[in-house]
Each structure stands twice: as C-alpha cells, then as structure tokens.
Design a protein around this ligand. Structure first.
Ligand SMILES: Nc1ncnc2c1ncn2[C@@H]1O[C@H](COP(=O)(O)OP(=O)(O)OP(=O)(O)O)[C@@H](O)[C@H]1O
Length: 302
C-alpha cells in the first residue's frame, strides 16, 4: 500500500472473499471458543460503533480485542452471512502516519495460502482509520490457558501448539521476516470443524525484514530499538541486539514454559532490567545443570 493511498484503493481479495463453507458446516461453529465480546463502555473511544454498517457491508457486532495500537471487532458480512474480524487502527499516531498496519497487511497478503496465518478478505482505509478484514478466530491461547482448570495446559496440547507455532514461524522466516512478538495472546485457533485444531499466528505489526529477496541477511544495526513484549523476549532483545529468527524461537520457548507450568518466573517483575537479570540467572542455572550432567556422563564413560 502506498503511503497516502486513497479511499478507493480499498483492497479486496475476491478470490479470498469467503471461506466457502457449506451452510451445515457453519452451524457447527464452536460458540464456546468464539471470541468473547467485550463491552465497549468504559473503554477508550472506539473507532467503529456497534450496529454500524461499516462500508455498507460489515455489520459491527462488538469489540473482541484491544491491543496497544488497534481494536478488533466482531462483524457480520451481510453479503455472505459470515462472521469476520475487523482490525482497525487510527491512521495517524501522534501526528505521524501509522505504518504498523500497512506493514501487517503487506506481510499478511504475502503469506496468504500458508496454513498458519489468518485468511484476509480485504484491507484499506477511510479518512481516519486503517483496517484489515479477516477470518474470525477462537479466543487466544493465553485466554484458553486462563480458562483451563489448573491455569495451565497439558504436555500434549502444548506440544501441538508449539509444533504449529514453529511451522508458522518457518513460513514467515522463509519470506524474510522476523515476527518479534511471539506470545500466547498472538495465537488463536480456527472455529470451524475443519480448522479448530489449526493454530493461527496473529499480529504481524512488529515484523521486520531480516534477509533480502536474494537470501542475503540485512546488516544488523549496532543498537536496535526495543520491540516485543518484555515477558517473552530473548536476552538479546533486552540487550538491544538486532532480532533474528533465533529470537522468535526463544519467545516460543518462554511461551511453552508458561503454558506448561502456569506462569513464567518473572511474571510479577515490573522492571525490564529485573526480568533480564532473572532470565540470565535461568540460563546460568541451566548451563550449570547441563554441564554437571555432561561431566557425570563423561566420568561414567571413562
Ligand atoms: N481474527 C481474529 N479473530 C478473533 N480474535 C482476534 C482476531 N485478531 C485478533 N484477535 C484478538 O485480539 C487480540 C489483539 O489482536 P492483535 O494482537 O492483532 O492487536 P494489536 O493491537 O496489534 O495488539 P498489541 O498492541 O497487543 O500487539 C488478540 O490477542 C486476539 O485475542
């Protein structure tokens, strides 16, 4: 999308306009895991109104997600009679053109056809907002964990989640981008019978190109800005190193630890430096543990 695109540049992807579900399949939607509606009252002023018919086609039903930048609405496509999610962010932030969603839709379009990204039905902008219309998904994995009886997930479930997250990241890394915000809140499942075991990775607003089309890696910056979520970023990110696929995988490791054990050891720490210190201690302990096991192994062999 160009920097100052016009309203009529609204991109719609006709080939992707529908999940092509048969009516009987639609009726099998698992309502339990449909994103719960959040009341808009007492929230920051929203960009769309409930019951509004956005662009004369999508009837806005409720707010289902709110991030630092955008809002995600549940809407019904009145032409197709299908539920969709609409992600919206203000076009300008602090007087500057917001590029986050422009980048996100660019990467999402590139990734269409890959199994672990949301299906995109359209994207564009109005006078005030940028928007992406996409496949509606389940509540996120962080919420699934919270709603489970022990506030943690079984080894089997975590194994499946991690396996699919790694596949999603492999596809993204192959296109030359790093995600930089891998965490349970950015993972959902499909809601139809044929998709409810398929993990979908969300939120491509922080991606960064790490390698060029010809496969060559970009020159890393001496000091990169902090991008990501403190709880899940690697030690390298705390130290402001340029992010690479490795750092996404460290976030996968912290995610799996949290899902399996209920929480990460630094959950209650507020300062980023304290979180870093605890992550470093964990690495030292792990190395000592592995080192002593290796020593015992060597002694036994000799
Ligand atoms: N297609 C979707 N279907 C259902 N729920 C969704 C969908 N997309 C996003 N959500 C919900 O909205 C939440 C926020 O979405 P997302 O991370 O894309 O927004 P964001 O504004 O970029 O967030 P942040 O600023 O925290 O990175 C997700 O955690 C998820 O629960």
């Amino acid at each position: 999308m160009t920097k100052e695109a016009k309203q009529d540049d609204l991109i719609l992807a006709p080939a992707l306009m529908s999940l092509n579900l048969k009516n009987e399949e639609k009726s099998f939607v698992n309502k339990e895991i449909l994103p719960k509606m959040r009341k808009i009252e007492n929230e920051e002023p929203s960009h769309l109104q409930i019951n509004e018919k956005f662009l004369k086609r999508w009837s806005i039903e409720g707010l289902i997600g709110k991030g630092g930048y955008g809002e995600i609405y549940l809407a019904v496509d009145v032409v197709r009679g299908e539920e969709v999610a609409i992600k919206v962010e203000p076009k300008k932030r602090r007087g500057k053109l917001a590029k986050r969603m422009i980048l996100e839709q660019h990467v999402l379009f590139k990734m269409q056809g890959k199994p672990h990204v949301p299906l995109i039905f359209g994207s564009g902008y109005t006078d005030k907002i940028n928007f992406i219309i996409m496949q509606i998904l389940s509540i996120n994995v962080g919420e699934i964990k919270k709603s489970s009886p022990n506030k943690r997930l079984s080894q089997c479930s975590v194994g499946r989640i991690i396996h699919q997250t790694i596949s999603a990241l492999r596809d993204l890394h192959e296109t030359g981008y790093v995600h930089r915000d891998v965490k349970p809140a950015n993972m959902c499942f499909g809601i139809y019978p044929q998709s409810r075991h398929i993990l979908i990775l969300l939120d491509f607003g922080l991606v960064r190109r790490y390698k060029m089309e010809n496969g060559e890696w970009r020159e890393p910056r001496a000091r990169a800005g902090f991008r990501g979520t403190t709880r899940y970023v690697s030690i390298r990110v705390h130290r402001r190193c340029e992010q690479a696929p490795y750092d996404d995988l460290v976030s996968v490791m912290y995610t799996s630890y949290e899902l399996l054990s209920g929480e990460l050891p630094w959950k209650h720490l507020e300062k980023s430096d304290e979180v870093l210190q605890l992550k470093e201690i964990m690495v030292t302990l792990t190395n000592t543990f592995l080192g002593s096991h290796y020593l015992i192994f060597r002694l036994r062999m000799e």
